[in-house]
Design a protein around this ligand. Structure first.
Ligand code: ATP
Ligand code: ATP
Ligand code: MG
Ligand code: MG
Ligand code: MG
Ligand code: MG
Length: 269
């Protein structure tokens, strides 16, 4: 309040440190679910990929894009999501703690708010939380490599988990035996194991599992009717179409050039 601002206590504000993000850099905020191995168990997530949980993550991330400013692209997999603020953003004067905490709390509250839409038969047993970190990337190559790193991580983990749970759920292995079987195997070995023992062609697994989810801004035309009343005429209905900004979801490769060629507006000069 105005009175507080003039008090002798005011000096304590000087203890706050400046955490302004360097100009011209992309600001990445990555969230990760706290202790989600346990959270998934407690809430009976299906293994290796629970579609409800993935969809709830995407719904919560969509709410972050819609409610906060200047996020051009987001990428998520498992219990994590990365949000990329455009280089030129001046939102909250680029203060790292403001950006990170707004992303984390908007995401967490949305996760709880929308829980019932996705888990209709599974009560939420305790409040989940997400950690956040801020990383700055000065070049387009660095940002692309960051996103490639997360998508490669998605691929490596999902291939492992698909093989692991095939061995457990369909191969009669204990979790310890499945772990032992996969020790020291490379990607080609896991592909071969899935195909020869379980008739699973890994490339035919859903792209949401293999590639994760990328969120972008798109446009859709919305038709609606509007009542107009000319000053010297009768009221009538007219059809109007409006172009609306909308979050779109993609489960495609973001490592190669094709995605970036098709979406030239994400990276800034
Ligand atoms: P910012 O996003 O910058 O924080 P703000 O609208 O949240 O904007 P604050 O200075 O944090 O601004 O003020 C919080 C406001 O919330 C108060 O001014 C008051 O209007 C409202 N508010 C908070 N708690 C209560 C409460 N218990 N009863 C009535 N009003 C409240
Ligand atoms: P930390 O608090 O250190 O992040 P964590 O238990 O969350 O610990 P992570 O490495 O983040 O560890 O792993 C997240 C775990 O959440 C996965 O290993 C998996 O067990 C579970 N999980 C997340 N999303 C799903 C999903 N859609 N389907 C099934 N399991 C999931
Ligand atoms: Mg972790
Ligand atoms: Mg986690
Ligand atoms: Mg994780
Ligand atoms: Mg406030």
């Amino acid at each position: 309040s105005a009175r507080m601002a003039k008090s002798k206590f005011e000096y304590v504000r000087n203890f706050e440190i400046d955490d302004t993000c360097l100009r011209n850099c992309y600001i990445v905020v990555r969230l990760d679910g706290r202790n989600f191995h346990k959270f998934a168990e407690d809430h009976n997530f299906l293994k290796p990929n629970d579609d409800r949980a993935l969809a709830l993550m995407v719904r919560s991330a969509t709410s972050v894009l819609e409610e906060l400013e200047d996020i051009n692209i987001a990428y998520g997999q498992s219990d994590e999501f990365s949000f990329i603020f455009k280089r030129s953003s001046t939102w909250f004067r680029r203060r790292a703690s403001k950006l990170m905490t707004h992303v984390a709390s908007q995401f967490s509250s949305s996760y709880v708010f929308y829980w019932g839409e996705f888990f209709s038969d599974q009560p939420l047993l305790h409040p989940p939380s997400f950690d956040g970190r801020v990383v700055l990337y000065p070049s387009n190559r660095n940002l692309r490599d960051y996103l490639s790193w997360r998508q490669a991580d998605c691929h490596i983990n999902n291939l492992y988990n698909t093989a692991f749970w095939a061995l457990v759920q369909r191969g009669g292995c204990t979790t310890a035996q499945a772990e032992e079987r996969l020790k020291g195997t490379v990607a080609a070995d896991k592909n071969e194991l899935l195909f020869s023992e379980f008739n699973i062609n890994y490339n035919n697994e859903p792209s949401a599992y293999r590639k994760g989810t990328t969120l972008l801004w798109g446009r859709t035309d919305e038709a609606s009717t509007k009542k107009i009343k000319p000053s010297n005429g009768d009221e009538r209905q007219v059809l109007v179409t409006r172009s609306r900004r909308q979050v779109t979801t993609h489960h495609c490769d973001i490592i190669g050039d094709q995605f970036w060629d098709e979406h030239p507006d994400i990276l800034e000069p």
